[in-house]
Write a protein that binds this ligand. Structure first.
Ligand SMILES: [Zn+2]
Length: 78
């Protein structure tokens, strides 16, 4: 699989992600994609959710379909 493709964006800013790349990442039409800017780059990645208590996106654990971060779990255990 090629790791780079060139696509033209349409007038609404849409591009098509090649099916081979979507399949390789397990992305389908239900997948939530996070878009973040890093300087001159846009990074697309599977949206992992955020802690329902503090909003952090790091060190997440999933419980009953919601995410909570390690720090909040630690705070609950104190
Ligand atoms: Zn948290």
């Amino acid at each position: 699989m090629k790791s780079e493709v060139v696509r033209k964006m349409d007038e609404l800013g849409r591009i098509v992600i090649p099916i081979e790349m979507r399949n390789a990442l397990g992305w389908d039409d239900e997948t939530k994609i996070s878009i973040s800017r890093q300087g001159e780059r846009l990074v697309l990645q599977t949206y992992q959710g955020s802690c329902f208590v503090c909003g952090s996106e790091e060190n997440l654990k999933q419980i009953h379909g919601k995410y909570i971060c390690r720090e909040c779990v630690d705070e609950l255990n104190r």
